[in-house]
Design a protein around this ligand. Structure first.
Ligand code: FMN
Length: 416
């Protein structure tokens, strides 16, 4: 059904228009009285093996929707009802801004990838916070909501800390957790804030803003790029531990265009921006491994980047992720995709003899640390950036994703 709608309608639309149409449908359906409840019952993760306690919260399942899909917090009820264990809204900025000129989102169907240079288009942190407050009042409180904040484009870099803190103050009360995004490639100079000495004041200011919320400690994470050097990844892990951050999200989109199956002409036509989806898988996995080896169990790690099958998600959990997130896999996989991934994960967890999927990372810790000692991030990434490749030796023995992630198998784009 979804494929038919795609072929007849969505494929003919520009990527961003198709996204808006798909998201509108989700919101419209969820607005029908009783529909969100029914959807959640059907699609939501209900297997107890999938439950994870992290960040002081009880996640019904480890798969969340990554930032950027619902930038303005317009549809958390519908997205939560589709079966995501949590939804991260944003990136929101302290001041509303239009983002870059269109077109700014492109499909690379041969790679099941996307390129975007949205540029933090959003209606501002205050508007998003007001929506979240309303949604919570109207009973959408069942979904765990993270709020991802970024720097307002017009604000100079030396005032970044104050700008982030201003967003943090506005969203703190309505966020289950807050993410400082310093890794989007589409705001000039933003990724320079990942340098430890520049990141520190931003994180300190945001922590102070969140600490003003009475009676609750709002968890704080930072989201990093896959294009960092090993030493930079280590420095961020050390900083996060030193500042007692709750976690790191690894990773955002990449500026690399290595290993793509799409023709050079298609890639050139998409132009500048962040690449997401399977071509990012190897590098995002390597960054995750490095972070876990460096931080031990002192940080929650949320893995993102090229997760499109239950095997991908399972591999990240085994490599040290506490939770996983995706955007592009959902775009190509369609509305039943979160359920497919959660069910596949539950099967793998049970086959591995786990009573909770949260035990996955702990059980693999020793293997992981040995692997990280053997292979640097650079070496690991070099062989794994091509679309479709997975990390050698990490797939669970005798288990294939066949049949579980049918949407991704044909390479057919099934974008919203
Ligand atoms: C169209 C688009 C817009 C995005 N916007 C944001 C954003 O506003 N903030 C952010 O932190 N990440 C953003 N991302 C990055 C995703 O959250 C995610 O980190 C990245 O796409 C890798 O995951 P994936 O391969 O599952 O898509 C965006 C991704 C896409 C494809």
């Amino acid at each position: 059904m979804y494929r038919l709608v795609y072929r007849m309608v969505l494929r003919r639309l520009p990527a961003e228009t198709a996204h808006q149409a798909g998201f509108w449908l989700i919101r419209a359906f969820a607005a029908i009285p009783g529909a969100a409840w029914w959807l959640r019952r059907w699609l939501g993760p209900r297997d107890p093996v999938l439950r994870i306690r992290a960040l002081g919260l009880e996640f019904p399942g480890p798969l969340g929707l990554a930032a950027g899909f619902d930038k303005d917090a317009r549809g958390t009820a519908g997205l939560g009802a589709l079966g995501f264990g949590f939804v991260e809204v944003g990136t929101v900025t302290a001041r509303p801004q239009p983002g870059n000129d269109r077109p700014r989102m492109f499909r690379l169907p041969a790679d099941r990838a996307l390129v975007n240079r949205m540029g933090f288009n959003n209606s501002g942190a205050a508007a998003a916070a007001a929506r979240l407050r309303r949604q919570r009042r109207h009973g959408a409180a069942g979904t765990i909501i993270g709020v991802n904040i970024g720097k307002t484009r017009a604000v100079p870099e030396d005032q970044a800390a104050a700008d982030y803190a201003s967003s943090a103050r506005v969203v703190a009360r309505v966020a289950d957790y807050v993410v400082v995004n310093v890794s989007s490639p589409n705001t000039a100079g933003l990724r320079d804030l990942q340098a430890a000495d520049r990141l520190r004041p931003v994180l300190v200011a945001v922590r102070e803003a969140l600490d003003r919320v009475p009676g609750r400690r709002v968890p704080l994470l930072v989201k990093i790029a896959p294009d960092l050097a090993d030493a930079e990844i280590d420095a961020i892990a050390d900083l996060a531990v030193g500042l007692r951050l709750d976690g790191i999200i690894a990773t955002n989109t990449t500026v690399s265009r290595e290993g793509l199956a799409s023709s050079p002409a298609e890639v050139a036509a998409a132009g500048a921006g962040g690449l997401s989806g399977p071509p990012l898988r190897g590098r995002a996995l390597a960054v995750l491994r490095r972070l876990r080896a460096r931080a031990g169990d002192r940080l929650v790690l949320i893995a993102a980047g090229g997760i499109e099958t239950p095997d991908d998600a399972w591999e990240r959990l085994r490599a040290g992720a506490t939770l996983v997130q995706a955007y592009t896999g959902f775009v190509y996989g369609g509305p039943l995709w979160p359920r497919i991934v959660h069910r596949g994960l539950a099967r793998r967890a049970r086959a591995a003899g786990l009573t909770s999927i949260g035990e996955t990372a702990a059980g693999e810790a020793q293997v992981r640390e040995a692997q990280v000692r053997e292979a640097s991030v650079g070496e690991a990434a070099a062989g794994q950036t091509a679309a479709g490749q997975t990390a050698a030796g990490e797939a669970p023995a005798g288990e294939a994703a066949a049949g579980e992630a049918a949407a991704g198998e044909t390479g057919q784009p099934t974008s919203w």
